[in-house]
Design a protein around this ligand. Structure first.
Ligand SMILES: *[C@@H]1O[C@H](CO)[C@@H](O)[C@H](O)[C@H]1NC(C)=O
Ligand SMILES: *[C@@H]1O[C@H](CO)[C@@H](O)[C@H](O)[C@H]1NC(C)=O
Ligand SMILES: *[C@@H]1O[C@H](CO)[C@@H](O)[C@H](O)[C@H]1NC(C)=O
Ligand SMILES: *[C@@H]1O[C@H](CO)[C@@H](O)[C@H](O)[C@H]1NC(C)=O
Ligand SMILES: *[C@@H]1O[C@H](CO)[C@@H](O)[C@H](O)[C@H]1NC(C)=O
Length: 384
């Protein structure tokens, strides 16, 4: 009762307009920190997905002209976790003060829905087991105009992103220090094909490695390859010889220009073991990580071993574990219960399998197109 009354209030009194938006990282060091749906001729908030865009539109989310204030950096403590915030609206984060709608935080929930259901549509996941991870990449370059897509190296993955607002990224212990004026980093996310269309997410930000103890540079990153078990596409087992080892670029997928991945709609590239992105710190990205890396292929029988695996692994927590992450036993604080994962969404699967449109609302709102014959649509009132 109260909830629907509140919704009608929102609908009636705020200049409600439909806006599409999903999730981004939020931090004052980011490009586009204060970009709203009015800043560009189209809705180019940091949370909007990037699909079929020109290079200028998708690279750094088109936000190069909206840099952070001088001196704002996201710190990456070598060998320790860096905690980032991901959310579908800035008002849900610690930086709510500069959000159009003020403080609407709900604990650790990255994107509350108006009906209390979790996960909300903007999270693009059926349930905990459908999460596909997100990544942080780095380029050791202070001048943003000099960075090319091929310069970014993924250094940390969180395979259970975007389940919580506060998201930990383990920083490899051997990350060298950045140049005087800092490095550039970017957050990348590609979600499950079961929960929306071909979307890429990229948000650039300024970053700095702290507590560095190594001078060894990163290796030149190469394109990741699909080498993990892929039963949905007829591949039961992993094909280790087909993996890219060492420093890997992020995925640039389904844009109008400058893609490095050409996977189809139903087989997106993910920041998971499917592309040899282990959960946590990517400890094998350095120039001296391997003596030699053989050319990967489906027939390759030689699998390279990192030269210093244990020393770095010991120095970092929860790195390189290929055990699947398990569902949290307690829900993030300050939000409605999301039930016992993974059971709570059996209903979503049923609906999807049945081809019936599912309608959900989110307070922060969008439309979501799922891949199946039918679209799951959210008609959302965007209150800000
Ligand atoms: C991408 O955009 C172009 C031009 O707007 C359009 O012709 C094309 O169909 C779009 N492709 C996809 C995959 O959406
Ligand atoms: C964002 O907006 C806030 C509040 O107006 C302001 O203090 C801050 O400097 C702005 N940041 C950037 C990067 O423009
Ligand atoms: C991913 O983030 C969650 C939430 O902060 C955290 O519990 C988990 O340990 C992180 N995973 C890794 C591999 O760091
Ligand atoms: C090997 O990787 C390529 C590139 O990602 C992919 O197209 C191919 O399906 C993979 N083959 C096997 C057998 O894993
Ligand atoms: C599938 O949808 C139809 C209506 O389109 C409905 O009659 C049927 O009960 C649904 N089946 C399941 C298993 O949900």
């Amino acid at each position: 009762m109260r909830r629907s009354a509140l919704l009608s209030l929102v609908v009636t009194f705020l200049a409600a307009r439909e806006a599409r938006g999903h999730i981004s990282i939020w931090h004052p060091s980011m490009y586009g920190f204060n970009v709203t749906d009015k800043t560009f001729p189209y809705d180019n908030r940091p949370v909007t997905p990037l699909t079929n865009y020109t290079f200028d539109q998708w690279w750094f989310h088109g936000h190069l002209d909206y840099p952070p204030n001088p001196g704002d950096f996201f710190e990456l403590p070598a060998g320790k976790p860096a905690t980032a915030e991901v959310a579908c609206n800035k008002g849900l984060t610690s930086y709510f003060a500069s959000s159009e709608g003020g403080d609407v935080r709900q604990g650790d929930n990255p994107c509350p829905s108006d009906d209390g259901s979790f996960p909300s549509g903007a999270m693009h996941t059926v349930d905990f087991n459908d999460l596909k991870g997100c990544a942080l990449a780095i380029a050791y370059e202070s001048d943003v105009t000099k960075i090319k897509p091929e310069d970014f190296t993924v250094f940390s993955v969180n395979q259970t992103c975007v389940w919580t607002r506060f998201t930990d990224f383990q920083v490899p212990a051997r990350m060298p220090a950045c140049p005087e004026d800092g490095c550039h980093c970017a957050w990348f996310w590609v979600h499950s094909q079961l929960s929306g269309g071909e979307q890429n997410y990229m948000n650039g930000f300024k970053c700095k490695v702290t507590g560095s103890t190594s001078n060894v540079a990163l290796a030149k990153p190469t394109v990741p390859r699909r080498c993990g078990a892929d039963p949905e596409n007829g591949k039961a087992d992993t094909v280790p010889g087909n993996c890219t080892y060492g420093a890997k670029q992020p995925f640039y997928w389904f844009q109008a220009e400058r893609n490095n991945m050409f996977e189809g709609t139903y087989a997106p590239p993910f920041y998971t073991d499917l592309y040899n992105f282990k959960d946590g710190a990517q400890d094998d990205i350095f120039a001296d990580s391997y003596a030699e890396i053989p050319t990967p292929s489906a027939d390759q029988t030689i699998v390279p071993t990192p030269l210093e695996p244990s020393s770095t692994a010991a120095a970092t927590t929860s790195t390189s574990s290929s055990a699947p992450p398990s569902a949290p036993t307690s829900q993030p604080t300050g939000q409605v219960p999301f039930g016992t994962p993974p059971g709570r969404c059996s209903i979503c699967k049923l609906r999807r399998a049945n081809g019936t449109a599912v309608r959900k609302r989110s307070l922060f709102n969008f439309e979501l197109y799922a891949h199946s014959k039918k679209a799951r649509s959210f008609s959302l009132w965007h209150p800000f």
